[in-house]
Design a protein around this ligand. Structure first.
Ligand code: G6P
Length: 367
């Protein structure tokens, strides 16, 4: 069926706004209505036998893998390796027994990701894919293909596919944690309840849009922008920088907050906005101290945090975006929204072609 913009100025705007709805569908697909446990995922995936996971993808899907590494390691205690497909496929890494290979791809047709998958055939104990297009090559060549149910995504810059990839991966990690005896029933039930409230929280989060668009008007004047984050916010910083580069053509870089002093701090001056993604979680104080180092050098900080974080740490920052409170485990899914909206409104302010940015393709099917 033909997909239209349904009154939005761009497909990207529509796809950002659609996230609460598509996520609801994905959650309904993967979680039992009675909350007794996780319905899915994985026929034939015995998490107790997994020794190691290798997660491979490109672009935004790669950042979803980077987030998933934190989840699988922290809650399921499975060692995880992540790599971009173009590196992985030629590195020819040795594969130890009990390795599950997991590929994430919106289109399911990305040439490098497909080649990496083929490399793992006959080596990994199982090939799993997390895809948006169920009849794609990557889905077909996997032992198990998990749909993310985001619906057709038209904007070249991936948005709703990212949050649906993350949601599917979070459910998989929770399932693994529970199966491996790392998480009791009550904790699992709590996380599932939190997951179920995610569409409502995302909806609330979309209310930051007016604020974001006024901030974006100023960001659009910048030549370089830095994104900082720690833990699972580090991949989100990458995703924020990628989105911004892709559609606004502003040079943006992401760093792990703790790496700031090993280089990027040399770039800090009043003309380089520094966007800090930091919900009030266990690592908040560490990130705030990095943020203060930026401000001490005249840096212009945009802090993206929750109300608690803002109360504690917004003194001296240039601007603050306040996000709803959320279970720290699920924060990466929620913080995709400001990353997307900042890029979108900065691009709109610059007048670039949001849905068809120059030099980029929706799906890279040749090497
Ligand atoms: C291209 C797109 C990105 C996407 C990446 C991976 O670069 O512009 O939005 O994240 O490919 O695509 P895939 O379909 O494998 O997720």
């Amino acid at each position: 069926a033909q997909v239209d913009k349904s009154g939005y100025k761009h497909f990207m705007a529509k796809e950002i706004a659609e996230q609460p709805t598509v996520l609801q569908g994905a959650l309904a697909h993967y979680i039992n209505a009675d909350a007794t446990g996780v319905a899915l995922p994985a026929p034939g995936l015995d998490f107790t036998k997994i020794e190691r996971m290798t997660l491979v993808a490109c672009g935004t899907a790669f950042y979803a893998c980077m987030v998933a590494k934190y989840w699988f390691e922290q809650i399921a205690r499975i060692p995880v390796e992540v790599d971009v497909a173009s590196e992985f496929r030629y590195r020819e890494p040795p594969v130890t027994p009990g390795t599950v290979a997991l590929f994430v791809s919106q289109s399911g047709e990305t040439a490098d990701t497909l080649a990496a998958l083929r490399y793992m055939q006959g080596k990994a104990s199982k090939i799993v894919s997390v895809v948006n297009v169920p009849e794609s090559s990557i889905a077909r060549e996997s032992d198990l293909a998990l749909p993310i149910l985001a619906g057709t995504e038209i904007g070249v810059a991936s948005t709703k596919a990212f949050t649906c990839q993350l949601t599917t991966l979070a459910i998989l990690a929770l399932n693994a944690a529970h199966a491996r005896g790392q998480m009791d029933d009550a904790t699992l039930a709590k996380h599932l309840a939190d997951l179920r409230s995610l569409p409502g929280i995302l909806n609330l989060a979309l209310g930051i849009e007016d604020k974001v668009s006024s901030i974006a008007a100023e960001l659009s004047e910048a030549r370089d922008i830095l994104f900082l984050g720690r833990g699972a916010m580090y991949p989100l910083a990458h995703e924020g920088a990628l989105k911004l580069k892709e559609i606004s053509y502003i040079h943006a870089e992401a760093y792990a907050s703790g790496e700031l002093k090993h280089g990027p701090i040399a770039l800090v001056d009043p003309h380089v906005p520094v966007i800090v993604m930091a919900p009030r979680d266990a690592l908040f104080d560490k990130t705030v101290s990095n943020m203060q180092e930026v401000m001490a050098r005249g840096g212009k900080v945009l802090l993206i945090t929750d109300q608690k974080g803002a109360t504690e740490a917004s003194e001296g920052v240039w601007n603050t975006i306040i996000m709803p409170e959320i279970d720290p485990l699920l924060a990466p899914i929620l913080y995709a929204v400001p990353a997307q909206l900042l890029a979108y409104h900065t691009a709109v302010a610059k007048g670039t072609d949001v849905d068809q940015p120059r030099n980029l393709a929706k799906s890279v099917t040749v090497e």
